[in-house]
Each structure stands twice: as structure tokens, then as C-alpha cells.
Design a protein around this ligand. Structure first.
Ligand SMILES: [Zn+2]
Length: 232
């Protein structure tokens, strides 16, 4: 059985560092701010629920001296990003050089709440920039159990309309990487250059040891990780 303890979480990044991977943010990837001769692990964290588990992840990143892009929601039924405690968690990540991005739910909000998603996104970007005293470079679309695909927003819009650098599923990254994700909670899944690697349930440590992908895009979610038990 796959082990999703924080101990394993830390081991993934230690393994990458042992194999001389540069662990970078998506902003750095899209700005080509890394050594092209080496391998990279693009470190993406989507905070769908259980934002409090970010505290442990923060300690791990701080200890290993590594960065990530952390995408946060404004419409999560589970956490209030505007709570003072949660602003503090995000500030901790910023203090160690992490990138903060917006985990968007633009199609869901448009359909369920009849809110103009284009105007909403502009305001959400502005809010993030005020809240966290940053410039926002990118968004990552949240996938949920709704009939809507939040990525569809970008069929009608371009990132430059909003002064952004990227959407996390932009082709430059998505079409030329090994993507390994914990989004099925209890098992891993992988894509190679946007194509699903069917039945490939290897964990990131195995991907690194066996294949050493040049560009490894790792997506993790705090809610998948725990000390002892998933619902702790
Ligand atoms: Zn999500």
C-alpha cells in the first residue's frame, strides 16, 4: 500500500535533491530561471482543503531549503483564506521564497453564482496582491466534482489580459514534462508530455530513481498527506 505520510513527503524532495534536481517554482519555469543543463522538479502544491496541513509542509520546505508554487482558493468550502491565521501561513511560505498563486474556480463560480468570471478574476488577482504584498504571476485551475471544467475559462481568455505570466496547464510545461500527481489521494498517477501513462502508479521517488525525467512536474495536495492517518 502506498504511504502518504509526511515522512514520505519529505523523502520525495530529499531524493530529488540527492539526484541533483533543481527544485523550482512555476514562475521560475515560465521565466526560464534555472540551469537548462540540469534536471528540474517543478514543485506545485494545490490547496483544495485542509489548509492547516500546509504548516507541516512549510516546515519540510524550510528545512530542506526548497521552494514551491502554492495555489490557494478563495471559494473553498473548507477554509477561509482571509482568516488572520491563514494569511500568516501564506506569509510563512513567502518568507522562504515560495510563489503564491491563485487556484481558480472561474467556471464554477460563473455557473453557480452568475458572477462575471472575467471581472471576478481581476478582483481576485488584486486581492491576492494586496493580501500577500506580492505580484501574482500565475493561476492553476481547480478541478472539482462539478460538471464544469474551470480550465475552460482559458479557451475564451489569455493570461496576458490579466497581466499574468502563465496558467499552470500552459503547453510550455504541460506538453514537455513528466507530470506526477497525488490527486487520487491514495495512489499516484502520471502523464508524459500530456499523455496519461496508463496504470503507472509509481511514486515520485520511483520516477526519479528509474527514469530521471528531465522535467518532473510534481503536484501534491496537503489533504493527501498526514502523520499517521488520512482523517487525523
Ligand atoms: Zn484543486
Amino acid at each position: 500500500m502506498e504511504n502518504f505520510t509526511f515522512k514520505t513527503y519529505k523523502k520525495i524532495f530529499q531524493e530529488a535533491l540527492n539526484h541533483k534536481y533543481q527544485i523550482i517554482t512555476l514562475k521560475e519555469f515560465f521565466l526560464d530561471e534555472y540551469d537548462k543543463d540540469g534536471n528540474i522538479l517543478v514543485n506545485r502544491v494545490d490547496v483544495d482543503i485542509k489548509i492547516e496541513r500546509l504548516r507541516v509542509i512549510y516546515e519540510i520546505f524550510k528545512e530542506l531549503n526548497i521552494k514551491a508554487s502554492v495555489y490557494l482558493r478563495l471559494h473553498s468550502p473548507d477554509y477561509n483564506l482571509l482568516s488572520i491565521g491563514n494569511i500568516g501561513i501564506v506569509q510563512d511560505f513567502i518568507s522562504i521564497g515560495c510563489e503564491i498563486g491563485l487556484h481558480t474556480e472561474l467556471e464554477d463560480v460563473q455557473h453557480y453564482c452568475n458572477i462575471d468570471s472575467k471581472e471576478l478574476l481581476k478582483k481576485e488577482i488584486e486581492l491576492f496582491e494586496i493580501l500577500f504584498n506580492i505580484r501574482l504571476y500565475g493561476t492553476a485551475s481547480h478541478g472539482d466534482m462539478t460538471p464544469f471544467n474551470n480550465l475552460d475559462f482559458w479557451k475564451k481568455h489569455s493570461v496576458s489580459e490579466f497581466g499574468l505570466l502563465y496558467e499552470a496547464y500552459d503547453k510550455k510545461l504541460w506538453n514537455s514534462c513528466r507530470y506526477v500527481s497525488d490527486s487520487e489521494w491514495t495512489q499516484w498517477k502520471a502523464y508524459e508530455n500530456s499523455q496519461l501513462l496508463k496504470d503507472d502508479r509509481r511514486n515520485p521517488i520511483e520516477h526519479i530513481r528509474e527514469d530521471m525525467p528531465k522535467v518532473l512536474l510534481l503536484l501534491t495536495h496537503p489533504e493527501s498527506w498526514y502523520e499517521r492517518y488520512i482523517y487525523e
